[in-house]
Design a protein around this ligand. Structure first.
Ligand code: ZN
Length: 431
């Protein structure tokens, strides 16, 4: 398949860029995914309900910053689930509960670092604020103030002559954004109430680079944006699921977890019970008269598979020595299968073949990532989901540069390739 018309320069990423810009926080990502699913015929099911009627065939549930969605082609208990997962969260700066700080005439925002950010990437960017606020009555409101209201100013080179020999940033002292300089500037809560019309009691708010996602490169072959890790995969999976036609007796399931960047141990993270609970409800929704739900779930899990999609490190042209050269993916050459024998990735030979067969059915090229023994790789939701459910799992991902920067970089073709591969996987290729 050729995802991009290089002669006309058509942009395959327009819809992905719209998704990235619509999802400045995990809560927005979950809401945008739900909006897209609903628009394509899926029914939203409350988290405390077992799906029935049309929702048992095509439905989704949103819990905070997480989403689970399914498409069923099973009349009774399924022979298995074809699962794919990604994560909605990204490393960044979050506004503290009591953020008002002043220092020598400046008003600063107290922030807490979320996940493994590249500290320097947050310097000298125009930052807005997005997330959710909860009022005294418990009502939750999504907030997206995409205006340049804050900035983490870097120290001038004249005041730090050694900076270019190695920038050292203290995460507590040096990442505080300035956001006002008038003596009588409002406090954060008052400003937020004035801007949103809601008196906030509590909040979960991210600082967000206001620069929208952009296609860059003289040949228009690259995509720059915040949160490519891992909204790119959320987009590809969501779009693929809307096209999925599962094999008879199978249920296609998408799980988008929050909190992957901080270890996944949370109510909506991959280490929590969210997915297993949803699968139990799907078994109950497909139960016939003599179905024993726990046994039918165990049977279905034994015949299930999971694709964990999270971005991979592309070969960095300025640091080629950091890569194992036979296993260093390139941009715009297709998604990478991520292998780590120490189980930082869950990929097995069996699960890898299933995914690469789906790629080949879709005409999608694929690559392999394996890290150097002296440069250990990260991890993701794949091993956690495999451990929780005991199902064969493959870790895959689109190659990118600048992972965990406030603004990351990938190729324009690879997200489209991943989407096509996932549509083939969910339609039974490779089984
Ligand atoms: Zn990730």
């Amino acid at each position: 398949m050729d995802s991009r018309d290089r002669t006309t320069g058509s942009d395959p990423t327009a819809d992905l860029r719209a998704f990235l810009d619509a999802a400045p926080s995990p809560f927005h990502a979950a809401a945008e995914v739900a909006r897209r699913l609903t628009a394509t015929g899926s029914t939203e099911v409350p988290a405390d309900s077992t799906p029935s009627g049309p929702a048992a065939t095509r439905g989704h549930t949103v819990v905070d910053g997480a989403v689970i969605a399914w498409v069923s082609n099973a009349d009774g208990p399924p022979s298995g689930f074809d699962i794919a997962g990604a994560h909605t969260d990204s490393p960044g700066l979050r506004v503290r509960p009591r953020p008002d700080l002043t220092s020598d005439g400046w008003h600063l925002l107290g922030v807490e670092v979320y996940g493994g950010i590249l500290n320097n990437s947050w310097l000298d960017r125009d930052l807005g604020i997005a997330g959710r606020i909860v009022d005294r009555e418990g009502r939750s409101t999504l907030v997206d103030i995409r205006e340049p209201i804050a900035r983490v100013p870097q120290l001038a080179v004249h005041l730090d002559r050694g900076v270019n020999d190695g920038l050292v940033l203290d995460r507590e002292r040096h990442l505080r954004p300035v956001w006002a300089s008038d003596d009588d500037a409002a406090g954060f809560a008052a400003w937020l109430a004035e801007r949103t019309g809601v008196k906030p009691e509590w909040w979960e708010l991210c600082l967000v680079d206001v620069q929208p996602a952009s296609v860059i490169g003289a040949d228009g072959s690259l995509l720059a944006s915040g949160r490519l890790d891992n909204l790119l995969s959320c987009w590809a999976l969501t779009d693929a699921l809307t096209e999925a036609t599962p094999a008879p007796g199978r249920i296609a399931v998408m799980v988008l977890n929050d909190h992957e960047e901080v270890g996944s141990a949370s109510a909506t993270g991959a280490a929590g019970p969210l997915l297993e609970r949803a699968l139990t409800r799907l078994i109950a929704a497909h139960a016939t008269g003599d179905t024993n739900v726990p046994t039918a779930l165990a049977d279905a899990l034994a015949g299930s598979m999971c694709v964990s999609a999270d971005n991979a490190h592309a070969l960095h042209p300025n640091y080629p020595d950091r890569h194992e050269r036979s296993h260093a993916p390139l941009v715009n050459r297709g998604p990478a299968v991520k292998v780590n024998v120490n189980q930082r990735y869950a990929t097995t030979a069996i699960s890898a073949r299933r995914f690469t067969t789906a790629c080949e059915a879709a005409g999608v090229p694929w690559q392999v990532f394996s890290s150097r023994n002296d440069v250990p790789c990260g991890s993701t939701i794949g091993p956690i989901t495999a451990t929780r459910l005991g199902i064969d799992t493959v870790d895959v991902g689109v190659p990118q540069l600048s992972m965990h920067s406030a603004r990351e970089l990938c190729g324009v073709d690879d997200p489209v390739y991943l989407r096509a591969a996932m549509a083939a996987y969910w339609s039974g290729s490779g089984t």
